[in-house]
Write a new protein. Structure first.
Length: 364
């Protein structure tokens, strides 16, 4: 039928992880449609077709999930009997950001409403399309379409923020296992929404047969991610602060005492693990993260070492989240044979170089 291996729809393709997933799928021979509120910020999207729109609008979602043939086809006027579902959907779209966005409390309603609306719309519209299509081109009406034999497989990106606050009160966190999620008590509305949506995806799997895969991401970072403006995460924020210092160094602000601990996973490793999950028979939920836990002070020291600068930490009040968080990768090693391979310093070196280049580019 086509030169392409399969078809994929990437929701949130204008964002950090979504844009990297588009590149990976293209490299694997997929035909890819990317969808987001905005285009990619730092480079042109590699999607075959990029559609800008609001996934909170159910009518827009209904159009997005319909594959109407090659080449770019979102606006094509195609008879209903020729519409096909995508082979795979990757759902990264969410209202999110770093600690400065999630933990202030000022954005809780938007985070809950926007992200939940997107997931509800996507699942319900996929259900409707799956249940009225069998994958063959026939002369039929919507009413008499037979049920699809191989419905669209959906990946949902959850987060380590779903884990309960009481399991993350010590800096020497031994690593969060997937079954540590309950009894539920996330420390933010962002975490509660992610946990709700995990249950939503598994409910649609049980009741409507939609194949789903769910991963809990642990602090993904790397080039082409948000690095300024208030929604950036700790690695990007620290790399930016260090990059702006003069060559001899200086001081940068660090929220809290800097002893809070986290693990951080480089973007390429995240994409590889996610693709392995999608190609497997394992639904999850499963951690995708690094087990190299460091303090935020050590994260600053790593960025300073990469930059070759003498950096002093100026501790100030600010949102810090839980005291200690680390990934336990036993399950993903067992089910998928995956483990992280890059050190934090290797990832920070690549991220710092990219952010420094962005600073130099914007100052020209």
């Amino acid at each position: 039928m086509s030169e392409y291996k399969r078809t994929a729809l990437v929701l949130g393709a204008g964002g950090f992880i979504g844009s990297h997933m588009v590149k990976r799928l293209r490299a694997e021979g997929y035909w890819v449609r990317g969808v987001d509120l905005k285009h990619t910020e730092f480079s042109k999207s590699e999607a075959h077709e990029f559609v800008e729109g609001d996934l909170r609008d159910v009518r827009f979602v209904r159009e997005c999930i319909q594959f109407k043939g090659y080449p770019g086809n979102f606006n094509a006027n195609v008879p209903y009997q020729y519409i096909q579902p995508f082979d795979e959907i990757y759902q990264f779209a969410a209202d999110m950001g770093g600690a400065g966005f999630i933990f202030t409390g000022e954005n809780d309603a938007d985070i809950m409403h926007n992200s939940a609306s997107i997931n509800l719309n996507v699942l319900e519209e996929v259900r409707k399309l799956n249940e009225t299509f069998d994958g063959e081109v026939k002369e039929w009406t919507e009413a008499n379409r037979p049920k699809l034999d191989q419905p669209t497989k959906i990946f949902y990106s959850s987060s380590a923020c779903i884990y309960p606050e009481y399991a993350q009160e010590e800096t020497n966190n031994p690593g969060l296992k997937e079954n540590d999620a309950y009894p539920a008590a996330p420390d933010s509305e962002y975490g509660w929404e992610k946990l709700f949506s995990e249950r939503l995806y598994f409910s649609y799997n049980r009741n409507h047969g939609i194949p789903v895969r769910v991963a809990r991401y642990h602090n993904i970072f790397g080039p082409e991610g948000t690095w300024q403006g208030g929604r950036e995460k700790a690695p990007a924020a620290i790399c930016r602060k260090v990059a702006y210092l003069p060559e001899q160094g200086g001081g940068i602000e660090v929220w809290g005492d800097g002893l809070q601990t986290r693990s951080f996973l480089f973007i390429d490793e995240c994409i590889e693990a996610t693709r392995r999950l999608m190609d497997s028979d394992f639904m999850g939920p499963v951690n995708i993260g690094s087990e190299e836990m460091v303090t935020i002070n050590q994260l600053v020291e790593t960025a300073a070492k990469v930059a070759g600068k003498d950096v002093q930490k100026l501790h100030i009040d600010g949102p810090t989240g839980v005291r200690g968080r680390n990934s336990n990768n036993d399950l993903i090693r067992e089910e998928l044979g995956w483990d992280y391979s890059q050190t934090l310093e290797e990832g920070i070196a690549k991220t710092y170089a990219w952010i420094l280049n962005e600073i130099n580019r914007t100052q020209r």
